[in-house]
Design a protein around this ligand. Structure first.
Ligand code: SF4
Length: 355
């Protein structure tokens, strides 16, 4: 049900002999009001709902756990209808001048096949792709639960940075983007959504051609092939030279700059590495986002201290590279992707909300 565009609903309603306006009503209830059951749909008769439910299934996931950080970040663990578990995160940014920003970080796959060295999700392997309805569903369910406390709550931004490699589930991710962009649905602007990729070159080029105006972030993490292949195994399939060429092509076609994510550990936050990034990114239309690594059990990686981070950023700036340090969110609640799911599987079943 949550994967359905209004056009699909019109077709289904037509085939069931129902009035066309039923499709608009259903789309509104599901995609804007974020209802989680047929019973909550108020202005469609029981008979019509019964007919529709014979054709379309509605399986909202079960909320297993919600954790709240001292900084307001909330992390959710959901169990899908087939028993698989996914995580998503809500980050709130209060603004003085403009409206508050509520960003949801969504998962696009159950698990991930890429296997990045610093990632809890990657350590557990790939299970399956999510459908567009399951991707949108994360935003709808967060909206549903928050509206019980704040009836006007509205998600404003989406980042595809949760579990999974979005560009290896390209069609469903694009389907979710189009659904969330619908004015009669969540109405989230294309420019307020960002896809983050480990560097799947053919799909970066496909995205450039389709140019849906969403943002593109590339998890770079190292400036030479040897180091990057160790951290981000996708680099063994598409080298840095191929990736940078695809990013240049992306910027040429879309006229948009690419965000380059660089995770810094106590080991790689040094002058030599910073200079390597300057050489790699010189002349590229882009912006570097420095991310101090989240402590994940089993990776052996240590977070760099603030002084090392600042020095690293200064070298990039001096080399003419636009750079910022990502604001840390939710480190006290294991907000990095895959950590909550892993804890749950290891038997840590705390109550749903632990503040
Ligand atoms: S960082 Fe992203 S691409 Fe890499 S293993 Fe984790 S989920 Fe997959």
């Amino acid at each position: 049900m949550r994967s359905c565009t209004e056009e699909i609903l019109q077709t289904v309603c037509g085939e069931l002999g129902l009035k066309r306006f039923r499709a608009a009503q259903l789309f509104h209830w599901v995609q804007q009001k974020a209802v989680r059951s047929w019973d909550e749909i108020a202005n469609v008769g029981k008979g019509d709902l019964k007919l529709i439910s014979s054709r379309l299934s509605f399986h909202p996931p079960e909320l297993l756990k919600e954790r709240r950080s001292v900084d307001g970040t909330r992390k959710y663990l959901f169990r899908l209808h087939d028993g698989e578990m996914i995580e998503c995160v809500l980050m709130d940014y209060a603004r003085e001048q403009s409206r508050d920003r509520h960003t949801v970080c969504v998962s696009t796959q159950v698990g991930c096949a890429v296997g990045c060295a610093f990632c809890a999700t990657g350590m557990e392997g790939f299970r399956r792709n999510l459908t567009s309805g399951e991707i949108v569903g994360q935003v709808l369910d967060i909206t549903y639960f928050i509206r019980r406390e704040d009836p006007d709550f509205q998600v404003t931004n989406i980042v595809f940075m949760g579990m999974g490699e979005p560009l290896l589930n390209y069609e469903e991710v694009l389907g979710a983007i189009k659904l969330m962009n619908q004015e009669k649905g969540l109405n989230i602007g294309m420019r307020r959504m960002t896809i983050s990729t480990s560097g799947v070159v053919p799909q970066i080029l496909q995205l450039a051609q389709e140019n849906p105006q969403v943002g593109l972030a590339v998890s770079l993490h190292a400036a030479n092939d040897r180091a990057r292949s160790d951290l981000v195994p996708m680099n063994r399939r598409y080298s840095l030279a191929q990736l940078m060429e695809a990013c240049r092509e992306y910027s040429r076609i879309t006229r948009r700059r690419v965000t380059f994510e660089v995770a810094l550990t106590d080991d790689n936050a040094n002058q030599t590495e910073a200079e390597d990034f300057v050489r790699l990114l010189k002349g590229q239309l882009g912006h570097v986002n420095l991310i101090p690594v989240n402590p994940v059990t089993g990776t052996g990686m240590k977070r760099p201290d603030l002084e090392k981070l600042k020095t690293f950023a200064r070298v990039l700036e001096a080399g003419g590279i636009s750079v910022s340090v990502r604001e840390e969110r939710g480190t006290d609640i294991e907000a990095a992707c895959g950590q909550l799911r892993r804890q749950w599987r290891e038997g840590n079943h705390e109550p749903i909300s632990s503040i």
